[in-house]
Design a protein around this ligand. Sequence first.
Ligand code: G3P
Ligand code: CA
Length: 248
Amino acid sequence: FGIKKMANSTHKMKKIGHRGAAGYCPENTFPSYDRAIEMGADYLEIDVQLSKDGKLVVIHDSLVDRTTDHKGKVSNFTFDELRSMDAGSWYSPKFRGACIPSFEEVLDKYADRVGLLIELKKPSLYPGIEKMVAKELKKRNLPTKGKDQIIMQSFETDSMQRFHELMPEIPVAILINYPPDKIEIKNIAEYASYLNPKWTVVNKRLIDLIHSNGMKAISWTVRSKKEAEKLKHYPLDGIVADYLDLID
Ligand code: G3P
Ligand code: CA
């Protein structure tokens, strides 16, 4: 019993702010990232896409409609156009004028303060995006604070395989929203360091299988007490939450 207790107490479950502190602020904006850090986030989770003029930008949807005062595809706007949009008022008038960050700004402002879980959002829409992200990380000599300071993730396995080849020093993760079988887990473990399951598919067997294949598991996305309560029972390596106070 004593040994088991010691093993558990050394296991640190990382707290990851989803799109910053998406439950309290407009997602993927500086106020959202600042709030997540104030709330004790170990990592910020961010979503990266590409503007029309080839600049890496941080926004979740492939359309700007939901989170700005404009309409249309992210890829149809230049960075300056995206930058001039109001990405705060849709959430609350209190956040009017919050802007869409560039990926470079997020690295410069936050990489030395907090871990970054960087999701490539629909990378197949943006051929070459892996190389562009790797270039920005290399330019800053990241990671500077240990192997897991920066983690890359995507639902698209081919993109993460490409990223792993470009920068094997940075761990990659595969996001999954269905229960994967043993063979799939084994294949992912060939290149990935994490397999990140949606909270609905988490069970002991899955987390044990991920661990026995040498990977870690970060589950997403806690938005309610019920979800937080469920995940407490599993030896997860991290939890992504809109409300970081739910996973204290
Ligand atoms: O970190 C996992 C989570 O962000 C994946 O889903 O749709 O919120 O990007 P989504
Ligand atoms: Ca995401």
